[in-house]
Structure formats: structure tokens, C-alpha cells
Design a protein around this ligand. Sequence first.
Ligand SMILES: CC(C)(COP(=O)(O)OP(=O)(O)OC[C@H]1O[C@@H](n2cnc3c(N)ncnc32)[C@H](O)[C@@H]1OP(=O)(O)O)[C@@H](O)C(=O)NCCC(=O)NCCS
Length: 147
Amino acid sequence: MIESSPPLDLNSRYAYFLLCDHFAATTAVAEGDGAIRGFLGGYRPPTRTDTLFVWQVAVGDSARGQGLAGAMLNDILQRPENEKVRFVEATVSPSNEPSRAFFKRFAEQRCAVLEEGPYLEATDFGESGHEAETLIRIGPFHDAMNP
Ligand SMILES: CC(C)(COP(=O)(O)OP(=O)(O)OC[C@H]1O[C@@H](n2cnc3c(N)ncnc32)[C@H](O)[C@@H]1OP(=O)(O)O)[C@@H](O)C(=O)NCCC(=O)NCCS
């Protein structure tokens, strides 16, 4: 599913297994009709445990536009392990409109400020043709248990 969700980078199966195991509290997999329909992989950065960093979020083509990405994010934020989370961060590429719209909508729903600043330049990715990645930070939202 990640492979067919450009512009996401496909990582190794091993990396996804580790994320789902070691960071299970901040990761969600949505299933339907026996297949994976959505994935949100994230973690709390060790020096900023009030923050959920969304590493990758993807919803399969046929399930888009139905609130699945938002449902996975809200599900993670409502877990007891994440009750102290007050910020959501993610990096987005400038041309990824669905992703930008998704995080903007999330900020609106939480009545939270969305700040955006530079993070990685295109040149940081060498000759791969990868776009720049800007850092989005949303928050603080006051009570993660009651969006
Ligand atoms: C971004 C992505 C995860 C959104 O998944 P989704 O389940 O369709 O998103 P949701 O239905 O939860 O949408 C929530 C809000 O995001 C916005 N949004 C989502 N997709 C959008 C699109 N294609 N165009 C414009 N706005 C969009 C809408 O404002 C929507 O709220 P609304 O329905 O109340 O207007 C999905 O498009 C995807 O997998 N894209 C490819 C991978 C990717 O770019 N991931 C993000 C970078 S890590």
C-alpha cells in the first residue's frame, strides 16, 4: 500500500515490523475486507514526549476521502499512553496537497495553531530527485482525550 501511495518513500518490511512492534502505541493499521486499508506510523521523539511525530500516513486509493486517516490519528491520540501528547508534527513536501490539507484540517478540528518551517532541503536527498520536506507542528491542543 505504501508503494502505491506516492510520494511516500517505501521502507523495508523489517522497518515496518519494528515500528509496529516497538512503537505500537503510536502506530495504527486499518483493515477492511481482509486487506490493509490504512497505516499511520509515528513515535514520540525521546526529547519531546509531548509530541506525536507522524512519520508516514497512507490510505489506500479505494478508502480515501472517508475520514480514515483522521480516524487513525484520533485513535492514536486517545490511547492512554498518549494522554500527555499536546503537539502533532510531520514533514510534508511542498507539492503534496492532500497531505497539507489533511494536517490543516486536523489543526482546525483541534482549534490548534499550525506552524510550518524548513526542515530538509531537496539537496539533502542527493541526486534522488526527492522534494524538500518542511516541518509542520500543530498544537498545543489541550486535552488529547477529548478532541
Ligand atoms: C493524505 C492521506 C493520508 C489522506 O487520507 P484520507 O483518509 O483520504 O483523509 P481523510 O478522509 O481523513 O481527510 C481528512 C481531511 O483532509 C483533507 N483532505 C484529505 N485528502 C484530501 C485531498 N485529496 N484533497 C484535499 N483535501 C484532502 C480534507 O480536508 C479532509 O477533511 P474533510 O473531509 O472534513 O474536508 C491520503 O490522501 C494518502 O494516503 N495520500 C498518499 C500518501 C501521503 O501523501 N501521505 C501523507 C504524507 S506522510
